[in-house]
Design a protein around this ligand. Structure first.
Ligand code: 6MZ
Ligand code: ZN
Length: 354
């Protein structure tokens, strides 16, 4: 059945109309069931079914099982043509959900059989971004090149070099670097040099950190860079085995957190919505940005995530509006774009917040 229809019924108009900023979205995790259907139909020999690419309703998976799901999606998306369709669909879906500014991230992949190279992979996504712009979609899209921590320091360095090239040649579309991948594999210390190089070159850093317990040492190291944003940061604070020193560093540097409620609950790193670390950081007045992570895999969208945060933590519409507006400043957009977005929010406010 169609999960988008399921959602549309129970997300209130206010959250749909709310202008939103999405800063943490992995391309292949964001592929909707409608797009998966098209991919499955074009590759019948793979014998892949819808239920292998998405975690529906009240289902939970271990984080490990979530990473198996990405492998299935990667099998379905293995050519320039697929990457183009997926990127365009994902951008259109975010735009239709009221996202006015989107930072997509994706890990460059190659495939000998289709001729896909890591460079053509990124180039294709940038082309999709340009096409959506030409189509007049009301969404500004930027791109973060992702480093998969599983692939080790050499690939990380190679990816950083490519990201630097694209930053200079993409007319402002490539703004930063992401560090992601299975958090239980590899160690941040081996990637520090590559990350430092990216930062020195002017790429912004959005790093997954403390997504699982017992990574204080790695998080301490990564925070020394320091990154420009943190993905998840689920286990940074002392109440969950983190440390005061970590919290202090994050607060002192005012590093925004990208928080993904459904992803964390379905991936079982957080036991229930009301126990989500959003509350801890929000109560400190720390910059928190609500994001989807993998809207396709976790069957959600950004409107739904805002509604979830509001209903779980009792946020007024006013507070939700402020939350979405404050995300603008956390983006890696150039200052003139941030100003334009602020103006857009100011203009829309009386129509939507009554
Ligand atoms: C659930 N929590 C998560 N933690 C860490 N990394 C994640 C992730 N969700 C997604 N990714 C990263 O994004 C890739 C899929 O998109 P792309 O092929 O890059 O577009 C995954 O393979 C993983 O590296
Ligand atoms: Zn993520």
């Amino acid at each position: 059945h169609d999960s988008r229809k399921e959602m549309a019924q129970d997300v209130q108009t206010f959250y749909r109309e709310l202008p939103k900023v999405e800063l943490h979205a992995h391309l292949n995790g964001s592929v909707s069931s409608a797009t998966v259907e098209k991919l499955v139909a074009s590759k019948p020999h793979l014998n892949i079914h819808q239920n292998m690419t998405a975690i529906r309703g009240g289902q939970r998976r271990t984080l490990d099982e979530c990473f198996q799901v990405f492998k299935v999606i990667h099998q379905l998306v293995d050519s320039e043509e697929d990457v183009m369709m997926v990127a365009k669909d994902v951008i259109q879906e975010f735009a239709a959900d009221g996202v006015k500014y989107l930072e997509l991230r994706s890990t460059p992949r190659e495939d000998g059989k289709t001729g896909l190279t890591k460079r053509s992979y990124v180039q294709t996504i940038l082309e999709a971004i340009n096409q959506c712009k030409e189509d007049g979609l009301d969404i500004d899209v930027r791109f973060l090149v992702a480093v998969d921590r599983r692939n080790g320091p050499e690939v990380a360095m190679e990816t950083v070099k490519m990201a630097e090239d694209f930053m200079l040649s993409s007319d402002g579309a490539v703004v930063g670097l992401d560090l992601s991948g299975d958090p239980t594999v590899g160690h941040g210390k081996d990637l520090l040099l590559a990350l430092q190089k990216a930062k020195n070159a002017g790429l912004k850093l959005a790093l997954h950190m403390s997504e699982v317990p017992s990574q204080n040492e790695e998080s301490e190291l990564l925070l020394s860079l320091p990154p420009d944003r943190i993905g998840h940061g689920t286990f940074l604070h002392p109440e969950v085995g983190g440390a005061d020193s970590l919290v202090e560093k994050v607060r002192k540097n005012n590093i925004p957190l990208e928080l993904c409620l459904t992803s964390n609950v379905k991936g079982q790193t957080v036991p229930s919505y009301d126990k989500h670390h959003f509350l801890y950081w929000y109560q400190l007045g720390h910059p928190c940005v609500i994001c989807t992570d993998d809207k396709g895999v976790f069957c959600t969208d950004l409107s739904q995530e805002y509604q979830l945060a509001a209903s779980t933590f009792g946020l007024s519409n006013e507070a939700v509006w402020t939350l979405s507006q404050r995300a603008i400043a956390c983006s890696f957009a150039p200052q003139d774009i941030k100003n334009q977005l602020e103006q857009k929010w100011t203009k829309l406010r009386p129509q939507i917040l009554h």
